[in-house]
Design a protein around this ligand. Structure first.
Ligand code: SAH
Length: 185
């Protein structure tokens, strides 16, 4: 996924990490966009925002990232309705669903908020841009979220999005699945 995203994102572009977690993907995006680019990072847990901020500062890229403590199911549709960032302008949007690694697993993503966030993400993406969604199925509620997310993906027009799914060499019913969507022009 990282290699794919890196090929697409140009220096100076805007990207979104919709679930910053411990900040690994946020740091990756900050490196992709370079000093003139921007990453918008969202997480509903303050512990995740704090872990992400610490990682970015340790790597000297904190000024490229704006962190939003909050619900991506609320924030992404709000950004879309305010045209900030502009619809059709974002180079890459990453979702890493499930729970914060190392946490007590009490806070997990849910379809009720994941779906509005994904809908907004599809409209924020620029032509040629990438939406990457890694879905975890092993935790409580994970399989239900997976089913709803997959149904949403099925509703996307193949004229507008090219989809690839990575299930790993020996997929189990509970193993994660990574989806990559490339918005066609
Ligand atoms: N399971 C993955 C990591 C997922 S991290 C792995 O093993 O690598 C998922 C992150 O999503 C967590 O940090 C959690 O706090 C965050 N999250 C959960 N619901 C959210 C929401 N509605 N809006 C934004 N972030 C959310």
């Amino acid at each position: 996924m990282h290699a794919y995203v890196k090929r697409v994102v140009q220096h100076g572009e805007c990207t979104i990490d919709a679930t910053t977690g411990n900040g690994h993907d946020t740091l990756f995006l900050a490196n992709c966009v370079g000093p003139s680019g921007q990453v918008l990072g969202v997480d509903i847990q303050h512990a995740a925002i704090a872990a992400t901020r610490a990682r970015l500062l340790a790597h000297g890229v904190g000024s490229r990232v704006v962190l939003y403590p909050g619900d991506h199911g609320h924030l992404l549709p709000q950004w879309l309705s305010r045209s900030c960032p502009c619809p059709g302008s974002v180079a890459a949007i990453l979702f890493n669903l499930g729970y914060l690694p190392g946490s007590d697993k009490q806070v997990v993503t849910h379809a009720k908020t994941t779906l509005p966030a994904l809908e907004a993400a599809c409209r924020l993406l620029r032509p040629g841009g990438v939406l990457s969604v890694t879905v975890y199925r092993g935790h409580r509620g994970g399989a239900e979220e997976y089913d709803e997310v997959v149904a949403f993906f099925g509703s996307l027009s193949s004229k507008q999005f090219e989809m690839t799914a990575y299930k790993g060499p020996t997929p189990a019913p509970t193993s994660p699945v990574a989806y990559i969507f490339r918005r066609r022009v």
